[in-house]
Design a protein around this ligand. Structure first.
Ligand code: WTA
Length: 646
């Protein structure tokens, strides 16, 4: 743990929206008088019918119910587009930077309005209406943002599936929420490589009878399969559609989107966010955490397939009338200087990325950064996993030239927006610490029994009160929502993360305490990878754990028991890795796969993952209590195999 402290630079403080005194004052009010605080800040959003109630929340495990601004009505697309037209219709809303450095575009708020209205009318003409679910399976092109906002405009609920997921994973998500339409493109383009999105969608849709429409954006122009009456070209349909589409009046608690995320058990959960509270929270955190001022060029490198892309490429920035940069490519293409070249090219002021990207680029040395000026940068951000102090210092010194604060923002798909973070003008920084709670957020650290621990301490991270951006339910399974988040520590929201609080009250996220692993900032359930492995004909059993990985933070370590009589060969190892890629997607590829003639189990048959984690970390001497194992010999065998890297 680093003890170094980086005070707020004077230049940053003089421009910032909030200094330390103001943070304290606002934070105190936000927890003492949540209704007053959020009642006032809710006005940052335009409401068709203003709310008269602010917060109505119960965390009682028998009756979990979360409502904010429940009698207000609004439209998210109106807030991201229409309300800006008068003052900044000709201002850029989205700067698009293509995979190829020669490809870019600027989309003004007025352009955005036209594109979104046309697509909204296309969806309407195909029978999509308020409350219907629409799946978006897209590369990082402006049409992905148009698709989100077109859904929001007509009150349809979007469910984005990351383009790196397989046809099976896509089909599962479409089926779970009974989507009526899919919006995709012929292919995606990342790092010069083509991603067969339409072909994947075709394979998925063979098992998704609820889908009546597939809108296809032409990105690469490659030949694709076509299903008449179901498939329509985006460019043809939108060209024929009217550029005027009124916004549906939505209740604050009407769903805005579903986003599937991995948990410790079972299949991915459809995290449901609603309209009013989410919009207030996404826009407010975007403004304060990134200290956003009019005209700033802001770049979040996430993909819209993840929550970071929802809240901090589209909804938060656009609600604030910001200039949001959207990047189609990858940090290493055409070379390791790409991020920095894009910063110079578009004069980026705020740059927000993930620790895994920083570590990968840090490995390339300083030269690719030093080729660029980077003098437009004022603020850096980090999200998705703990940032190790070494990477933090490199980011601060080499990229930020010791001028730019780093906001290390902790949050989750479930939280809708950032919960623990520095504010650039208010918070002295400690490398590796997400520092302090945002307004209205009340973190609590509890021990295994749920006892709240005071002062400097370490334990499980809970949040004791609701905030407007909180998820409302698991789509179609409220009981699972309650079970997952509100029963472990009754009366509190349990995050699934471990956390330390230091003597200054700073929070340090230590990583997941459940069976979720964080690979390059992407969440993966060990259970999902295990289910994929055991589907293979030669696999009897599998156990998956996270293990430290230099670049990815955590890598996927799989222990596999083969069926009797199957030969454990290197070829089979490769085949199994391919198998998982095919079942879930490349992001789920095991980094290590070890044969396990037996798995360590308790007498009741429960796999002791704690032991498997230690073996994967090469911590053989520190396995803890193994006396409850049904067959202790299994462990020696696994250690032996690990040491010999079989
Ligand atoms: C982890 C991403 C440490 C954490 C926004 C959390 C972090 C999970 C940080 C959520 C951070 C996210 N420091 N850990 N700044 N940000 N995490 O749902 O384990 O994809 O529970 O949301 O990522 O991942 P998700």
């Amino acid at each position: 743990m680093s003890a170094q402290i980086f005070p707020v630079p004077t230049e940053v403080a003089s421009r910032a929206l909030v200094d330390d005194a103001k943070y304290q004052e606002m934070y105190d009010r936000s927890v003492k008088d949540p209704d007053g605080f959020w009642g006032d800040h809710g006005k940052r959003i335009d409401w068709f019918k203003p709310y008269t109630k602010v917060k109505n929340v119960s965390y009682d495990p028998h009756n979990v119910s979360i409502k904010w601004y429940e009698d207000g009505t609004l439209n998210a697309a109106y807030n991201c587009i229409d309300r800006h037209l008068e003052k900044r219709g000709d201002q850029t809303a989205i700067i698009w930077e293509g995979d190829d450095p020669a490809d870019d575009a600027k989309i003004t708020y007025r352009d955005l309005h036209g594109h979104v209205c046309r697509l909204a009318n296309v969806l309407k003409a195909r029978g999509v209406k308020k409350g219907d679910r629409v799946c978006i399976y897209m590369p990082m092109i402006p049409e992905a943002a148009y698709a989100m906002l077109a859904c929001a405009r007509i009150g349809a609920v979007h469910s984005i599936v990351f383009g790196g997921f397989s046809p099976d994973a896509l089909a599962g998500r479409i089926q779970d929420s009974d989507c009526v339409a899919v919006i995709t493109s012929d292919e995606g383009l990342r790092g010069g490589k083509k991603v067969p999105l339409k072909a994947n969608a075709d394979e998925a849709l063979a098992n998704c009878p609820s889908v009546k429409t597939c809108v296809v954006v032409k990105r690469t122009g490659s030949a694709i399969n076509w299903v008449d009456n179901r498939d329509i070209w985006y460019h043809e349909a939108t060209e024929a559609a009217s550029a005027d589409c009124p916004c549906e009046e939505m209740n604050a608690e009407d769903p805005l989107f579903i986003l599937y995320t991995s948990g410790s058990t079972g299949k991915p959960k459809g995290v449901l966010h609603t309209t009013g509270g989410y919009m207030v929270y996404a826009s407010m955190t975007h403004e304060y955490v990134f200290d956003y001022h009019d005209g700033d060029v802001y770049w979040c490198t996430a993909d819209v397939g993840w929550v970071t892309g929802h809240s901090y490429i589209v909804y938060g920035p656009l609600a604030n009338g910001a200039i949001s940069l959207m990047f189609e490519g990858v940090p290493s293409y055409p070379d390791a200087s790409r991020f920095w070249q894009v910063c110079d090219k578009h004069q980026v002021n705020t740059f927000y990325t993930a620790p895994t990207a920083i570590r990968a680029l840090m490995r390339e040395g300083n030269a690719p950064v030093e080729k660029c000026k980077l003098d437009s940068l004022r603020l850096l951000g980090s999200v998705g996993e703990p940032i190790n102090p070494e990477a933090w210092i490199w980011y601060y010194e080499v990229v930020g030239k010791k001028r730019c604060p780093i906001v290390d923002t902790w949050w989750q798909t479930e939280t809708g927006g950032i919960l623990i973070t520095p504010l650039p003008g208010a918070t002295a920084l400690k490398p590796g610490s997400a520092t302090r709670p945002f307004f209205g957020v009340q973190p609590e650290i509890v021990d295994g029994e749920g006892k709240v621990l005071d002062g400097a301490t370490e334990g499980n991270l809970c949040i004791s009160e609701s905030w407007p951006g909180q998820m409302r339910t698991v789509y179609g399974d409220h009981e699972r929502f309650v079970q997952t988040y509100f029963t472990t520590y009754p009366g509190k929201y349990f995050t699934g993360d471990g956390c330390r609080r230091d003597e200054d009250g700073y929070y340090w996220i230590t990583g997941r305490v459940d069976d979720v692993i964080n690979v390059s900032g992407h969440r993966m359930g060990t259970a999902e990878v295990e289910s994929a492995l055991v589907l293979h004909k030669d696999v009897a059993e599998a156990a998956v754990v996270g293990a430290p990985h230099d670049i990815k933070g955590q890598g996927i370590y799989a222990y596999v028991t083969l069926n009797v009589g199957v030969e454990p060969t290197d070829a089979l190892k490769k085949e199994l890795v391919q198998w998982v890629r095919h079942e879930i997607g490349p992001i789920a590829s095991p980094d290590w796969l070890q044969w396990a003639p037996g798995l360590p189990k308790t007498r009741s048959g429960k796999i002791m993952r704690r032991i498997l984690r230690k073996i994967a970390e090469d911590e053989f001497s520190n396995l803890g209590d193994t006396s409850t194992l049904a067959d202790p010999g299994v462990v020696d065998n696994l250690i032996d195999q690990r040491q010999n890297r079989k």
